[in-house]
Design a protein around this ligand. Structure first.
Ligand SMILES: [Zn+2]
Length: 83
């Protein structure tokens, strides 16, 4: 191992790796969610909350086109499925 590669440098490398890994995971989940929204669109079920069946407000879909749940179901889902 080369000189100057101290413990603090090493833990910094580990932190950077962990951070980029979690970003990748989030991006991956966003891709899956966008794909899921497209599937619902193909079935004609897009814009309807997949949990409670209520219509998702158009302004929410505008802000978050891949949304497949209403705001309250999404909040519940995020509580039970922490990233
Ligand atoms: Zn809902």
């Amino acid at each position: 191992m080369s000189k100057g590669f101290g413990d603090s440098d090493f833990s910094q490398v580990q932190t950077d790796r962990a951070t980029s890994h979690s970003i990748e995971r989030v991006l991956e989940q966003d891709r899956e969610q966008a794909e899921h929204a497209r599937e619902l669109m193909a079935k004609g079920a897009y814009g309807v909350c997949e949990d409670c069946g209520q219509k998702i407000p158009p302004e929410r879909l505008e802000a978050l086109p891949e949304a497949t749940r209403c705001i309250s179901c999404q909040a519940t889902w995020e509580k039970t499925n922490p990233r």
